[in-house]
Design a protein around this ligand. Structure first.
Ligand code: CMC
Length: 428
């Protein structure tokens, strides 16, 4: 514990404990501020507020560092697989070979969804956005798996966690298949997590489907990159929803809904649409000018981040993965990649972007990669949701298992009408 911080407010000087984490900035514990001064803090967008204590993920935005349980993202993406990362995020340590085999087995045995879910899907319009289908179907899991909704039971929490990690790819693939009018493909348990997902998305019952190991590995790495990102908007949503004691499926559905927005997970879809709209390298300057124009709401999608004020470490790995996938598929000239590379080059040398520390984020290159693999743009955020599910669950579990956990309930600065008398309708 560092020396306390003192604050003069409302004519009083009060001291607040300062807590230190293992790395990262200290925090001033202002939980007694209201009791001691009668004042709240005001921090819209939570730019200076730590909402919780966590041991899961650490970001140093100035240095461009991302650690899961202390391990650099680059090492996990290079050497591990997605289920290993899931184990690490959920349990805090890398698994031994036996633990990994057991975990893989347990996840794999939960990949099927209740047969009645198929009929649930039939109620959607075929042209529904797959994220709309995901929000609804993940929420509906609580209706199908009621035996794992008691959050006070550690065994039920564990089963719900397994179910969610295992069933998200199945639901995501079903959302895709439904949108293109193809039959659902059942999971195949002798395939690894990501190969199974690719097969459920791209196989059809009338043909053999061989998983391309390069694409499977690339997508697995993309899943690792997206697995967790500390207290981002959707994770904070999951924590807030969970703080009331809501069941885990409902909480993850809330996270999926939040992720959908274009400022968050929806940015990968928006970034690819932007690259398509730019269309050619010659048109880049006019879009850069628009991004810099205060009177134009246009932003370079896939650029900027609340925390990273340096190159997003995930974007570097993503860029490499993009090249691997395009090489594997024999795509020599991708006009979108040309636009992306040139846009990045110009933006990184432009005074506006340098001064505001706007660098490419993970979503800048992911769209090109996923498109090359055969996914439509509407599926990009769904893939993000598949990968982020484990992060949401790990954060939700950490919160539920913390004995000091209380319902999340921010305060406000009220600027509406003060007390006034009701006027009956015929006198208004
Ligand atoms: N293009 C042009 N200008 C930008 C951009 C951009 N992409 N991002 C930020 N700015 C400017 C913004 O106009 C503001 O300028 P000023 O100070 O003159 O008003 C300044 O930079 C700071 O921006 P902000 O909106 O206050 O920053 P924020 O931390 O609230 O927003 C962000 C972060 C990610 C929402 C924002 O950078 C953005 O909208 N980026 C585009 C969407 C995107 O790529 N999102 C994916 C984020 S990474 C994955 C994820 O989280 O899911």
């Amino acid at each position: 514990m560092s020396a306390p911080a003192s604050l003069s407010a409302a004519g009083k000087t009060v001291e607040f404990p300062v807590k230190s984490g293992s790395i990262g900035p200290d925090v001033m514990d202002i939980s007694k501020l209201y009791a001691q001064t009668g004042m709240f803090t005001y921090d819209p967008g939570f730019t200076s507020t730590a909402s919780c204590e966590s041991k899961i993920t650490y970001i140093d935005g100035d240095e461009g560092v991302l650690l899961y349980r202390g391990y650099p993202i680059e090492q996990l993406a290079e050497h591990g697989d997605f289920l290993e990362t899931c184990y690490l995020l959920l349990y805090g340590e890398l698994p031994t070979a036996a633990q990994k085999a057991d975990f893989d087995y347990r996840v794999t045995r939960h990949t099927m969804v209740h047969e009645q879910m198929m009929r649930f899907f039939q109620g959607f319009r075929r042209d529904a956005h797959p994220m709309a289908v995901m929000v609804a179907s993940v929420g509906a899991l609580s209706a199908f798996y009621h035996d794992s909704t008691d959050i006070s039971d550690p065994q039920q929490r564990m089963v719900a966690s397994m179910r969610m990690v295992a069933k998200m790819p199945t639901l995501a693939a079903m959302a895709y298949k439904y949108s293109i009018g193809q039959p659902f493909i059942y999971p195949q348990n002798d395939l690894d997590y990501t190969s199974n997902f690719l097969k459920m998305c791209f196989a059809v019952p009338c043909e053999d489907y061989k998983v391309n190991p390069v694409l499977s590995r690339a997508l697995d790495r993309i899943f690792i990159l997206h697995a967790d990102h500390e207290q981002n908007a959707s994770t904070s949503t999951v924590r807030l929803a969970g703080s009331s004691g809501a069941n885990p499926f409902a909480c993850i559905a809330a996270g999926v809904a939040c992720l959908w927005g274009p400022a968050h997970g929806g940015a990968n879809e928006a970034a690819l649409k932007m690259l398509e709209e730019i269309g050619s390298v010659e048109r880049i300057p006019q879009f850069i000018a628009r991004a810099k124009d205060k009177n134009d709401p246009f932003r370079l999608m896939g650029f900027g981040h609340r925390v990273y004020k340096n190159y997003d470490p995930r974007a570097k790995i993503m860029q490499k993965t993009t090249h691997e996938v395009l090489n594997e598929l024999g795509i020599k000239d991708d006009p979108l990649l040309d636009v992306a590379i040139e846009l990045e080059r110009i933006a990184l040398h432009d005074e506006y972007f340098i001064e505001k520390k706007l660098y490419p984020n993970i979503d800048f290159y992911s769209g090109i990669t996923l498109k090359a693999m055969g996914f439509p743009t509407s599926m990009f955020t769904v893939l993000f949701a598949v990968a982020r599910t484990v992060g949401w669950i790990a954060q939700w579990k950490e919160m539920i298992e913390d004995p000091s956990q209380r319902i999340g309930r921010p305060r406000q600065l009220y600027t509406g009408a003060p007390t006034r008398e009701y006027v009956s309708i015929n006198q208004r």
